[in-house]
Write a protein that binds this ligand. Structure first.
Ligand code: F6R
Length: 620
């Protein structure tokens, strides 16, 4: 949430900043802004709306400077407006900064600073940070420190953040110290790109692609002191952490739209490949099991686990629900799936041999990170199922499994979901083979998993049928999504996809639960999407479907190829390839992703930038 960029070097900073903001726009698009230091002053341009509007403003009113910072905002405190947009200034303009996170004690700090004479012009929590740094600077100068010295500025930032309660990723510039950029974090990600005689800053690695191959992730409480010819890392406790330089793995192809109109569609169509990536090198034919390189657990420890907690938010939580069914079925280990936002504050009894998996695409979700830390604090082994290499959760977990799905840029998560489900299937296979699952059963799973990329390819062929269905129903104001067993989480996920990008009210339920309340919503204008591929309880799902039909509710069925019977009952059928029940979420989620996409397109919604949302929810 909120994107940050920064640059110090010999070139005009604006080009990197604006390009970086375009790449980071998926983190927030309420407003955008840049500040550039030209050697004698700092100029600021900021604008409500998209980065393109900021770029237009900067064409009209160009700014110059070889160091600068930029920000794309997802509003927390203060409505989206030009005034509330970042960068913000502190004091009399001697400090300029951008911020990602939430300053929880901002009203106490604001009152204190007001009493000291600081004038607040915005409704943001960030302005508090700007004035606080300015105040610390003023105090230091009173004590005889030199305001033109970088060290004085660094100390001012460090003293300021010590007073902040909450989360922050901050990039700070000083009017009187040209060419100095200070970045510091707690709870909000920041990464520095190493150039030759120049440095790049960003809140995730995507702006750095094409500029550098070497990156350094900041850890909590670390401060980066950046000048064109030097980059020093220091800890707020006074120590000097070693620089851990990593290779940047992302490429520009990962972030290009290619032939697609939207990232969401591109990512939906990438799924045959991303599932193949999730499987690559992880199938052990000889032992009929799965293998993972990064679990950092010996087989004895894995074998001893007698309970698993999967924790996540949103779509990743839905993947966790599929994981629960998979692990309980194949490994017979009890699993609980916890909303990370609840788990972080609950204190559920957890026996010693409980293992925690945090499932997260971004690896930065604030609640998931907090839940992971809480479980770690209590001494449980914590593992991450994560897409973003080098993200905070990936680094803080004891071990983990990467999805290798490539950057997911569309705000609505698609390919990450199917990759998470694939990895959880592999995990169920591994844990199952360590317990009750037979060699032939393991072999069978492996060969079925190998077929999945092709099955997804076939499932994607339903797009034309989906378009017809979308055209018929896109004006509906309510939708129900119903499925049972492995397809119940898919129903939840289908409903989430639709509501987040088309703003249609939609709810997912286990199909049989409908009679206990939601059936009251059924009428001629409320379509019900039944996820009804062949399964053990197919006849029961058909009865649920009949119940909706009897109340004149339109029915869209997601069914297996060759199921002609369902076409007699449902108003519309979208077919997917027939696979074993435990693999069905991988194919049945495809038409639901496409349906949400196409309905949103027909309604004229911006699918990659849905209102009020942002990718990577780094605030609580
Ligand atoms: C929905 C969506 C969100 C995320 C959730 C968790 O399409 O994208 O619900 O799934 O914010 O994000 P990660 O997986 O990055 O922790």
């Amino acid at each position: 949430m909120c994107g940050i960029v920064g640059y110090v070097g010999p070139k005009q900073a604006y080009d990197y900043l604006i390009e970086g903001l375009f790449r980071l726009e998926y983190r927030g698009y309420d407003s955008a802004g840049v500040a550039l230091q030209d050697g004698s002053k700092i100029s600021i341009r900021k604008k409500t709306g998209r980065v393109s509007q900021l770029a237009d403003l900067c064409k009209l009113l160009p700014i110059h400077g070889t160091s600068g910072i930029g920000h794309t905002r997802w509003a927390t405190h203060g409505e989206p407006s030009d005034t509330n947009s970042h960068p913000h200034t502190g004091g009399n303009g001697e400090v300029v900064l951008v911020h990602n996170g939430v300053i929880e004690n901002y009203s106490i700090l604001r009152d204190r600073l007001r009493e000291l004479g600081y004038v607040f012009r915005t409704a943001t929590d960030t302005e508090v940070a700007a004035h606080l740094v300015a105040h610390q600077l003023e105090e230091a100068v009173k004590l005889g420190d030199d305001p033109f010295e970088a060290e004085t500025c660094v100390r001012a930032v460090e003293s300021a953040v010590r007073q902040i309660k909450g989360t922050y990723g901050l990039a700070v510039m000083f009017r009187d110290v040209p060419g100095l950029l200070i970045a510091t974090r707690f709870g909000s990600p920041l990464v520095v790109g190493m150039g030759r005689g120049e440095y790049f800053l960003a809140s995730d690695a995507s702006p750095l692609v094409g500029h550098t191959k070497e990156i350094v992730y900041l850890n909590d409480h670390e401060t980066a002191v950046i000048k064109a010819d030097s980059f020093v890392l220091r800890h707020q406790d006074g120590s000097a952490p070693a620089l851990s330089i990593r290779a940047l793995e992302q490429t520009s192809r990962d972030t290009d739209l290619g032939e697609f109109d939207h990232y969401m569609l591109k990512e939906i169509f990438e799924q045959p490949q991303t599932i193949e990536n999730a499987l690559r090198g992880r199938l052990d034919d000889e032992e009929a099991t799965a293998k993972f390189g990064g679990l950092n657990l010996d087989p004895q420890s894995l074998g001893r686990i007698d309970r698993i907690v999967l924790t996540a938010c949103g779509t990743s939580w839905h993947a966790g629900l599929v994981g629960e069914y998979l692990i309980e079925e194949f490994a017979r280990i009890p699993v609980e799936v916890e909303y990370a936002s609840e788990l972080r504050y609950r204190n559920p009894p957890m026996a010693d041999r409980t293992m925690i998996f945090a499932i997260t695409q971004s690896g930065e979700t604030a609640d998931t990170l907090a839940a992971l830390r809480e479980c770690k604090r209590k001494g449980h082994p914590t593992l991450a199922i994560c897409n973003t290499v080098g993200s905070t959760i990936a680094r803080e977990a004891d071990g983990g499994i990467y999805l290798h799905a490539g950057p997911e840029i569309g705000v609505a998560s698609t390919k990450a979901f199917t990759s998470q489900v694939t990895v959880l299937t592999l995990l169920a296979l591994l844990l199952g083979r360590m317990r009750h699952l037979s060699h032939p059963a393991g072999k069978r799973m492996i060969s079925q998993l190998r077929e999945m990329p092709d099955k997804i390819r076939q499932a994607l062929k339903c797009f034309d049928a989906v378009k017809d269905v979308a055209r018929k129903y896109y004006t509906a104001e309510n939708f129900l999504y119903l499925g049972r067993l492995y397809n119940f989480p898919v129903a939840l996920e289908g409903a989430l996809k639709l509501k987040e990008i088309s703003y249609i009210h939609s709810e997912g339920y286990p199909a049989a639960e409908m009679k206990h309340g939601p059936i009251a919503l059924v009428d001629e204008d409320t379509p019900s999407v039944f996820i009804a591929p062949r399964c053990e309880i197919y006849p029961k799902v058909m009865s649920n479907l009949e119940e909706v039909k009897a109340r004149k509710g339109p029915v869209i069925a997601i069914a297996c190829e060759g199921d002609d019977k369902i076409a007699e009952l449902a108003d519309d059928v979208i077919y997917v390839p027939d696979v074993d029940e435990y693999l069905q979420p991988l194919v049945t989620s495809i038409p639901l992703q496409l349906l949400a996409y196409q309905i949103a397109i027909y309604r004229g919604c911006n699918v990659d930038r849905p209102r009020n949302l942002a990718k990577s929810v780094t605030v609580e």
